[in-house]
Design a binder for this molecule. Sequence first.
Ligand code: FAD
Length: 163
Amino acid sequence: MPHVYTLADVLGAPQPLVEGERVVIYDAIGGRQAMVAADHLAELGRKVSFITTLGQPGPNLAASRDWGKVYGRLRRMGVQFRTDRELVAVAAGEVTERDLYTKELFTEPADAVVMVLGSSAQDSLFHRLKAAGHADVHLIGDAMAPRRVSDAIREGERVARRL
Ligand SMILES: Cc1cc2nc3c(=O)[nH]c(=O)nc-3n(C[C@H](O)[C@H](O)[C@H](O)COP(=O)(O)OP(=O)(O)OC[C@H]3O[C@@H](n4cnc5c(N)ncnc54)[C@H](O)[C@@H]3O)c2cc1C
């Protein structure tokens, strides 16, 4: 659908590729990624609704203990949080959400929807180098599996210590 976007469409270019004023961000992973996307779009003046299947927006911010600061900043910019909701339909100009527990349906206007559902490992370069016969090539960090920055640092250090 032309008005459904990815995180890369929001953050991967100097200006977001996302068009339209009313943007729904749908987060199913609970990391900082969707919060950053909401912040960026709200700062540009978009009306942002943050929908998540989780009971709290961005629960992984607990690791850095800055959720209060982030919630405050986003709310002051007008971001509306809706938790415990799944997206069940996306149509031109509106989305339909369902409360996970009451099963109640809600529709809200949306010119654009940004899906933050996680990503897959981009490991093709590693496999090409291995296939070309390079022995000293290591797969670490998000290229192995998208996770947290601490995983990438730990794996990088482990490889470096073996060199
Ligand atoms: C918006 C956002 C917020 C995040 N917030 C957090 C957070 O709060 N806490 C946390 O723990 N994690 C967070 N993450 C995840 C974290 O950023 C990643 O897990 C981490 O950066 C992975 O590190 P990496 O070195 O494996 O990959 P990357 O940081 O992606 O680095 C890979 C590098 O390789 C370069 N590259 C790619 N292909 C090539 C090529 N062919 N040739 C040369 N260079 C190439 C890329 O340009 C990039 O610079 C966040 C991610 C995003 C997108």
